[in-house]
Design a protein around this ligand. Structure first.
Ligand code: ADP
Length: 354
């Protein structure tokens, strides 16, 4: 097991493309750190740099206290599972698991011991004699994990490992990966573009966009205190409603102007002159209770059983409201909604949270 640290790491590809820029990020020993962001944001680049499959242009990567920039992949003891996990089709599960160890010239008895331990941990005992084509998608995924873990790496890297599985299986295998990581206590860096996968798996989550780190935080902090507009809009489904805003102050405190409507935010102490955007999550609205009132016209209603999503138009801006259970709301109806002061996020013109 090991600590991982990226210190001011930049990767510029030979064609001039910048994969990641000035990344400062660390993972504690035994942590499951998820890297999330849209396609092309630099997630895989970070994993490949750590695995030693790409060279660092600037900065340092450390495993524990050792700088590994110049070490070969073999010397780093880092294992990687890719999305198109290639198992050897003409080898049984047992041979697939044993192969990475045999390559390292481990004794036959030690190989048998390790393979048996990994198979027991991943519940693969019953299929050790089968070939990959005779396995389900979930079992194949577990063999791929097993092949990475059998080497007892200090860090495991998983790059979109579930993207070939159907939705139901993804959720099952996701839970298995989390349990396995807890059980073996390996430091794990897990890449996904799916924010809900990141939220359910990560001890902490690093959000990337355009090769830059946007925020690193626990799932709760990321959701409740997004550092900027990108994170606010990326984490959560439906996403946070983000609206252009302006603010000033009267004798009662801050007043937030959203289009033609005004919300009193007496508890806010930030400089009103800096406010440029406001964010309210869909569940930040209610039909009753304390708070300021905003009005909108219902465009359409999605009744989902346990909740209802109401799509409103508020001063020409689309806004999504989530209410628990079913609500007898009609299209074209005018709706008054209550917003608690704490539900309002404020951002400056550069997109930073205030
Ligand atoms: P992600 O994993 O988040 O989808 P990547 O790390 O693969 O993103 O890519 C980050 C950026 O670096 C993208 O703009 C991509 O086009 C670029 N990139 C990735 N690999 C190479 C490469 N071998 N050569 C040039 N540019 C690359």
């Amino acid at each position: 097991m090991a600590r991982v640290a990226f210190q001011h790491v930049t990767k510029r590809y030979p064609n001039g493309h910048v994969g990641v820029q000035a990344i400062d990020l660390d993972a504690a020993d035994g942590e499951l750190l998820v890297l999330v962001g849209p396609s092309g944001c630099g997630k895989s680049t970070l994993l490949r740099l750590l695995a030693g499959l790409e060279t660092v242009t600037e900065g340092e990567i450390r495993l524990d206290d050792r700088v590994v920039n110049d070490l070969s992949p073999q010397q780093r003891n880092v294992a990687m599972v890719f999305q198109d996990y290639a198992l050897y089709p003409f080898m049984t599960v047992a041979r697939n698991l044993a192969f990475p160890l045999e390559m390292r010239r481990m004794s036959a008895a030690a190989v048998r011991r390790r393979v048996a331990a990994v198979a027991a941990m991943l519940d693969l005992d019953a299929v050790l004699g089968r070939y990959p084509r005779e396995l389900s998608g979930g079992q194949r995924q577990r063999v791929a994990m097993g092949r990475a873990l059998v080497r007892e790496p200090s860090v495991s890297l998983l790059d979109e490992p579930l993207s070939n599985l159907d939705a139901k299986l993804r959720i099952e295998v996701r839970a298995e990966i989390a349990a396995l990581q807890r059980q073996i206590g390996t430091t794990m860096l897990y890449v996904t573009h799916d924010q809900s996968e990141a939220m359910t798996l990560g001890h902490r989550i690093a959000v990337l966009a355009d090769g830059r780190l946007q925020q690193v935080a626990t799932p709760t902090d990321l959701y409740e205190r997004p550092a900027n507009l990108f994170v606010a809009g990326f984490i959560g489904t439906p996403p946070m409603n983000l609206l252009p805003a302006r603010a000033d102050r009267d004798e009662h405190g801050m007043r937030l102007h959203l289009g033609g409507q005004t919300l009193a935010l007496p508890g806010r102490t930030v400089d009103p002159g800096r406010v440029a955007h406001a964010g309210i999550r869909p569940e930040g609205f209610g039909l009753a209770g304390p708070g300021a009132v905003l009005r909108g016209r219902v465009a359409h209603v999605e009744y989902l059983g346990h909740e209802t999503l109401i799509h409103l138009v508020m001063d020409a801006h689309p806004v999504v409201v989530r209410l628990p259970g079913g609500r007898p709301v009609q299209a074209d109806e005018s709706l008054s909604l209550v917003v608690a002061e704490e539900a309002v996020h404020l951002f400056d013109a550069g997109g930073l949270a205030l």
